[in-house]
Design a protein around this ligand. Structure first.
Ligand SMILES: Cc1cc2nc3c(=O)[nH]c(=O)nc-3n(C[C@H](O)[C@H](O)[C@H](O)COP(=O)(O)OP(=O)(O)OC[C@H]3O[C@@H](n4cnc5c(N)ncnc54)[C@H](O)[C@@H]3O)c2cc1C
Length: 308
């Protein structure tokens, strides 16, 4: 049995692992896709302190190596359910079971879909949720980017490196992204913003060939020929496998206290999966450090009880 089982190998999970394994606690991180998490899918991270021009993939790799240097084991598997009865917490994966005295949920959140016709059909054939992963497939093509927050604007700017034109589709008449990103986007000569506009349908034959758009102010419909569409319209917490006793809010985010403790003793939640306002690498890292210290207290109490 491990001391600490961590589900999710993003910045939150890996930071917890750095602290707990450094404290001599046997720690495993179970990750279903790619250690580094969501940050590993972003091209440039400009706001992580001390590393002003690091790529998301490189930062993720550094986090993983750092945790492994202190003895963390990183396992690739997808956790499908949890068994939480008693002092032993078990994360049940597709390939194995991981039992620990403490369980950390650091599963982040997955991209939200638009839910329009064509989105599922053309996923991976012109519909993408990751500019860093797929941007280079669209060299010299016209493409669209849907959304208006930081992630959407940042990724639209990244896409200008490949595309001949980037159509930014935004349902409101102003962007939500921070000012510095907005200024860069709005002054870019490859970018055209379609304000007050929503995607009604993604069209094509074998691959995406265009979008049917609707202006929400005028009701006017328009066909926009593009070879690809990148969608950044928010995220959904990855808590589908979490039992009720742990506690989630109405949107599915984990509810924790200031020590990252959930409603189930010995189960902690960190990072984007947690009910919070900010979803950043730095905030996930902060959660990881806070949780690790609370874990040490929890295990100390448990060991005190066991020795009596
Ligand atoms: C396009 C984009 C650009 C961004 N740019 C920045 C930026 O410049 N600066 C910044 O600070 N933040 C940025 N962010 C936000 C940042 O990436 C996240 O806030 C951060 O990664 C959250 O860390 P986390 O550890 O909570 O979750 P995540 O990074 O999402 O990691 C969660 C991990 O859990 C895994 N997982 C989920 N479910 C399971 C399961 N059942 N079993 C096993 N593993 C599972 C996932 O595969 C994932 O690797 C960006 C996000 C996006 C989408």
């Amino acid at each position: 049995m491990y001391d600490v089982v961590i589900v999710g190998g993003g910045p939150g999970g890996l930071t917890t692992a750095i602290y707990t394994s450094r404290a001599g606690r046997e720690t495993v991180v179970v990750e279903k896709e790619m250690p580094g998490g969501l940050m590993a899918t972003t091209h440039e991270v400009e706001n992580y302190p001390g590393l002003p021009d690091v790529s998301g993939a490189e930062l993720g790799e550094r986090f993983r190596r750092h945790a492994e240097e202190f003895g963390t084991k990183v396992v690739m598997d997808e956790i499908e359910s949890l068994r939480l009865a008693g002092d032993q917490k078990v994360a049940v994966g597709a390939a194995g079971e991981y039992a620990g005295r403490v369980l950390i949920l650091a599963t982040g959140s997955a991209p939200r879909t638009l839910g329009v016709p064509g989105e599922d059909r053309f996923r991976g054939r012109g519909v993408s949720y990751c500019a860093t992963c797929d941007g280079a497939f669209f060299r010299e093509q016209e493409i669209a980017c849907v959304g208006g927050g930081d992630a959407a604007v940042q990724e639209a700017l990244h896409l200008t490196r490949f595309a001949s034109r980037v159509h930014m589709i935004h349902r409101r008449k102003e962007l939500r992204a921070v000012r510095v990103l907005q200024d860069r986007l709005l002054s870019h000569d490859k970018v055209q913003v379609h304000w007050n506009t929503v995607v009604e349908e993604i069209e094509g034959d074998k691959l995406v060939s265009g979008l049917r758009l609707r202006n929400v102010a005028t009701g006017r419909e328009q066909h926009l020929p593009v070879g690809g569409v990148f969608i950044y319209v928010g995220h959904q917490p990855a808590t589908g496998f979490v039992p009720d006793e742990v506690g989630v809010d109405e949107q599915g985010y984990l509810v924790t206290d200031d020590h990252m403790r959930t409603g189930a003793p010995g189960v902690f939640g960190v990072g984007d999966v947690r009910h919070r306002i900010q979803r950043q690498i730095a905030t996930a890292v902060g959660d990881g450090a806070t949780a690790a210290m609370a874990v040490e207290n929890y295990l100390g109490d448990l060991e005190g009880r066991e020795s009596h």
